[in-house]
Design a protein around this ligand. Structure first.
Ligand code: 5GP
Ligand code: MN
Length: 342
């Protein structure tokens, strides 16, 4: 499949909605990552070029390694701009729900969005979208919402508006959601899109360096610590667990986003099929799940840890104590492993 993958009837409806709208809110998911912020900023710049008055309202702050993105300073962080954000939303004609498909993932904006009468469009690539919008662009075959955003802009006939800055944002989401184009990115169309973004003048090495070589010394030491002290390999179940306590985070001056990517490391141990990280936060334990191949680790997240996500990358949380959360995981693991075709 080497052509645009957007439904033509759906895009016509989007065209009408866009035409009727001036003030347009863009909402990434809470705890936004490179794909959420990249796709939001790409859409923001595109809508500006179309003469709209867009605003990105992020439900929460995000890691500094994304702050170099073009127009980053235009993002309104909800918790520190509540009044302004609420006022803007109230008078919005249209709201884009980006890189998520349930208001539960809109964090502090959940209630506000639920009650908001404005028309809504979803642009997302996660499984099991909820029917909470007027128009749903939802496709799990997309490696990233940024890939879908490219298709969206192209389907509207506006690919010529994708300048270097927009291309940088889109490329960032594609690389961060595919581990640097390593997984989930075997569709030739993805490379066609990447090729087109390169042709629009992005500096690929600069982007990789901005995203991946932008860590603090503390973060590097925290990684070393958790791989040394916090790693437990359950060979019998081809699964690894990483634990990070509140004290660990304190000791290494934890900043938002510092633990991003940690969960992937154990998957490079020979034979591992799944990796899970338990991070003890102030009021809950945050859990990230990763797996390889046909191991639906999102089922564990959904059934036992109040979460969900993709087959190979999911998240969850619990108010149990850290030790209880880990014990619970170990308890459900044997049955989950038995259910696998390995
Ligand atoms: P992370 O480990 O980065 O928090 O999440 C991994 C993936 O799972 C991301 O694609 C994220 O969107 C998704 N995810 C995280 N938490 C949840 C959740 O509670 N529900 C759903 N449906 N997806 C989640
Ligand atoms: Mn994404």
């Amino acid at each position: 499949n080497i052509k645009n993958r957007i439904d033509s009837d759906l895009i016509k409806k989007a065209e009408v909605l866009l035409e009727e709208s001036k003030q347009i809110a863009i909402i990434p998911h809470s705890g936004p990552d490179g794909d959420a912020i990249g796709s939001s900023l790409a859409l923001y710049q595109y809508l500006k070029k179309k003469g709209k008055e867009p605003k990105i309202i992020s439900p929460s702050d995000y890691p500094v390694f994304l702050n170099w993105l073009p127009q980053n300073s235009e993002v309104l962080i909800f918790p520190s701009n509540k009044k302004k954000a609420k006022d803007y939303l109230k008078s919005s004609d249209l709201v884009f729900i980006v890189d998520h498909n349930s208001f539960k993932r809109s964090g502090d904006l959940e209630k506000i969005l639920q009650d908001l009468p404005a028309k809504k469009i979803m642009i997302d690539h996660h499984p099991e979208p909820e029917h909470i919008v007027d128009l749903m662009f939802s496709d799990t075959a997309m490696c990233a919402t940024c890939e879908l955003m490219y298709e969206f802009i192209e389907a509207l006939g506006d690919e010529n508006l994708i300048d270097t800055h927009i291309a940088e944002c889109l490329y960032t989401g594609i690389v961060t959601d595919t581990g640097g184009l390593s997984y989930n990115s075997s569709n030739p169309r993805t490379y066609q899109i990447v090729g087109d973004l390169l042709a629009r003048g992005i500096d690929k090495s600069k982007i990789h360096s901005n995203v991946y070589d932008n860590f603090s010394t503390d973060r590097m030491k925290l990684l070393g610590h958790c791989l040394d002290q916090g790693l437990e390999v359950l060979s019998e179940y081809q699964t690894a667990i990483i634990t990070l306590t509140k004290d660990d985070l304190l000791r290494f001056n934890y900043k938002d986003g510092d633990t991003e990517g940690f969960v992937n490391y154990p998957l490079s141990i020979q034979g591992m099929l799944a990796s899970v990280i338990f991070i003890e936060k102030e009021d809950m334990v945050k859990i990230s799940f990763r797996s390889k191949g046909n191991v639906p680790i999102n089922a564990v997240a959904a059934e036992h840890f109040n979460g969900g996500g993709h087959m190979n990358a999911a998240g969850g949380r619990t108010t149990d104590k850290l030790s209880e959360a880990i014990a619970k995981f170990k308890k459900v693991l044997p049955d989950f492993y038995k259910s696998l075709d390995v």
